[in-house]
Write a protein that binds this ligand. Sequence first.
Ligand SMILES: [Fe+2]
Length: 168
Amino acid sequence: MSRLVEELKVDHSHIKQVLRRAKDCTLTTSERFEVFIAAKVALQNHLDRENRELYPVLRHAAQSDPESHSTLETFAKDMEQIASQVTWFFSKYPSLETVNPKIEADLNYAVELARDLETLTTFLGVRLGREEHSLYPVYDRVAEKGTRLAIELQVQDIGGRLIHIPIE
Ligand SMILES: [Fe+2]
């Protein structure tokens, strides 16, 4: 497994832990909302890193590899859906300050928020699982192929002539 995937999986387990807390029924709705805001920050940092380090490599590979191409397309569509869900959620529940008084005043509002939170955290949890199961292995395969090519090129440079070393 590549170092990048290893580190992204560590991010995932941290985010999943926070998402689990956001579903914890022993917390008040207000506390759960606050926890979810923390998850959003962690998630944004994680997405920034994926956009910087993971997707450019996958996009490059997708130009010549149909399997990477279709996996990438599927995940890009999923991501659009998730981004619009998150945007919708925060336009409905913009901040702790605006949400808290309504939670206190209206039980129906609190239940609705808890239900929306539950749906969104499940959505995000499923996405993280799918990345680990389907997207990251594609990156590892591409990264490994890149390393093999680099090793072969390096051997050619040092020797000054073509030395073919079978690396499987
Ligand atoms: Fe991720």
